[in-house]
Design a protein around this ligand. Structure first.
Ligand SMILES: [Zn+2]
Length: 103
């Protein structure tokens, strides 16, 4: 992957993350829902957005961009991304705790 491709992905992730964090915090405060409930609803929303995008790229007159969904592997990739991101954060937290602990 080229440097610019990596930068574009990093920028896209940062933008999506900032938007989602803002929306999720707003919904938690406005509706008084607990964090895990809001995160669960966000995960479900990603699933239904995937379904919608997959539908647009399947069938008789699919989107011309060329992407074609592969539901079994796509869902596995999305699930792995979620698990990896959760683990990654925990590792970062542990590293920070260690640094604080030795300071
Ligand atoms: Zn497309």
């Amino acid at each position: 992957m080229s440097q610019t491709e990596m930068e574009r992905r990093r920028d896209a992730e940062a933008q999506i993350r900032a938007t989602m964090m803002n929306e999720l915090c707003g919904i938690m405060h406005k509706l008084g829902l607990p964090p895990m409930m809001v995160l669960h609803l966000a995960a479900r929303s990603i699933g239904t957005i995937y379904r919608e995008m997959a539908d647009v790229h399947s069938g008789i007159d699919p989107c011309s961009c060329g992407w074609r969904p592969h539901p079994l592997t796509d869902v596995e990739v999305l699930g792995m991304a979620l698990m990896t991101a959760c683990e990654q954060r925990r590792t970062n937290d542990l590293l920070q705790m260690r640094v604080i602990g030795t300071a």
